[in-house]
Design a protein around this ligand. Structure first.
Ligand SMILES: NC(=O)c1ccc[n+]([C@@H]2O[C@H](COP(=O)([O-])OP(=O)(O)OC[C@H]3O[C@@H](n4cnc5c(N)ncnc54)[C@H](OP(=O)(O)O)[C@@H]3O)[C@@H](O)[C@H]2O)c1
Length: 285
């Protein structure tokens, strides 16, 4: 069986960490990036780690580019063993402060991008009768939070897609896993923070709440015990375990909140967890 894996959005953060980890563990890694500068950086990082990998340039929203990239790789080397759908963008801001265009872009990358790549890789996986699709989701797909309506909606949708798809393709020998990380300090909290344009306008009715929430988020990022290495390790497990799970939670905080949601009666969780979150941001109650 080939050990070839494709990781989308692997120029930075969790994708890059996963690409380096998998290359170190013997996988033939295709770490897709968005531009030539990122490609050069990724190849340089890999050489500093003593590994080699491929870094094709591929925007997951560009259907033709995805199809051509996947075809070029699979035509000569056969089906991918695994595909890690990691590319994702954030949009921070209250719903009324997010333009429809900003929201559409989040869905284009986080949901449609994963669908486009899945469509491109499935035929060869089906022919091979094997393969693993791993979707990097978020704790925000299990417990949504205010000020991130578009992002949480896109990750809920991604999980709905992955869960349905799993039932369609498991009988064909192709496994689907969803990885749900807690907050982790990566570029997404700095250069890729993705703040909605109107969220920064002091005349927004949500401005004060948003500012407060950004401070709280920064504190969570600063104190987060979860690391990119844990995500990379989890993806390695999902690629190599004999019976991969549908869901993998990464990080203590994510596990705690998802466990609370699972075991507390719905209304109790909603009243206390969401009530507390609203109170902390709005200073109400
Ligand atoms: N860090 C966290 O706290 C956290 C928590 C839960 C889930 N996640 C999820 O983990 C994944 C990786 O996030 P991260 O923290 O590593 O953030 P990141 O460093 O911002 O990584 C996201 C990557 O996706 C790429 N990307 C954006 N649009 C793309 C497109 N159209 N086509 C291909 N690639 C594209 C970005 O490229 P550019 O650099 O060129 O923009 C970037 O390299 C995301 O799906 C995110 O939602 C992160």
């Amino acid at each position: 069986m080939t050990s070839k894996v494709l990781i989308t959005g692997a120029g930075t953060g969790l994708g890059l960490e996963t690409a380096l980890t998998l290359a170190e563990r013997g996988f033939n890694v295709y770490a897709s990036v968005l531009d030539a500068a990122q490609k050069a950086r990724v190849i340089e990082e890999a050489s500093q780690h003593g590994v080699t990998l491929h870094a094709p340039i591929m925007d997951v929203t560009d259907e033709a580019a995805v199809q051509a990239t996947v075809e070029a790789i699979t035509a000569t080397e056969g089906a991918f063993l695994g595909v890690v759908h990691n590319a994702g963008i954030s949009l921070r801001g209250y719903f009324e402060d997010c333009d429809d265009d900003e929201i559409r872009k989040v869905f284009e990358v986080n949901l449609m991008g994963a669908m486009v790549v899945t469509r491109a890789v499935l035929p060869t996986m089906r022919q091979a009768g094997s393969g693993r699709l791993i979707f990097v989701s978020s704790v925000g797909a299990r417990v949504a939070s205010m000020g991130r309506t578009a992002y949480c909606a896109s990750k809920f949708a991604l999980e709905g897609f992955a869960e349905s798809l799993m039932q369609e393709i498991t009988p064909l020998g192709i496994h689907v896993s969803i990885v749900e990380p807690a907050i982790i300090k990566t570029e997404r909290w700095t250069v890729h923070r993705g703040i909605a344009r109107r969220a920064q306008d002091p005349s927004s009715p949500y401005y004060a709440w948003f500012q407060r929430q950004e401070q709280l988020a920064d504190e969570l990022v600063r104190t987060s015990p979860t690391t990119p290495e844990q995500v990379a390790d989890t993806i390695y497990r999902a690629l190599t375990e004999q019976r991969p799970r549908l869901r993998y939670i990464v990080g203590k905080r994510a596990r705690l909140v998802i466990t609370l949601r699972r075991y507390l009666p719905g209304e109790l969780f909603e009243r206390f967890y969401f009530g507390e979150a609203m109170k902390r941001v709005t200073n109400s109650g």
